[in-house]
Design a protein. Sequence first.
Length: 183
Amino acid sequence: MAELNRKTVQEFRQSDKNPVVVVLDNIRSMHNVGSVFRTADAFLVESVYLCGYTPRPPHRDIHKTALGATETVHWIYYATTTDAVQALKKEQYAVWAVEQAEGSIVLDDMNWTKLTENTGAEKIAVIFGNEVTGIDESVLPFCDGCIEIPQSGMKHSLNISVAAGIVLYELVRLARMRESGQK
């Protein structure tokens, strides 16, 4: 582990985080929740918000895929995703749903300025929805917009853990570019 330059749990908790929060809206699968925690750890995101009936740690099925990330990544539970989004808005986050919707921003066309320009926000929250039904329609009006992952095959959906990996990678890449002064 030393050769991989891995942080200890304490070092992780004290590390500067990327200005990104993940919101999970009524996720059914504990394995998906664990995978998102593991991805959130990998990308040093600020926090994961677990909403509605999304399973919460501690649970062995979450731990099985999180591999300890529930101990490093800060998380909060909200009874509803709307409550979580309203709390994020009060904290000056731009809030984006990852959803196929009319007028969505395609991931390829996304940049930090485009995601924050109408809000004045410095930080971004992204919502990932239920494996079958997506993000609850009552949540979408509170979002600043939707981000869509372009897909060319027969299937036009991805597992939430895969979608989270793709979107978080891109958001963290954009945050690093912004921090270094690149566009």
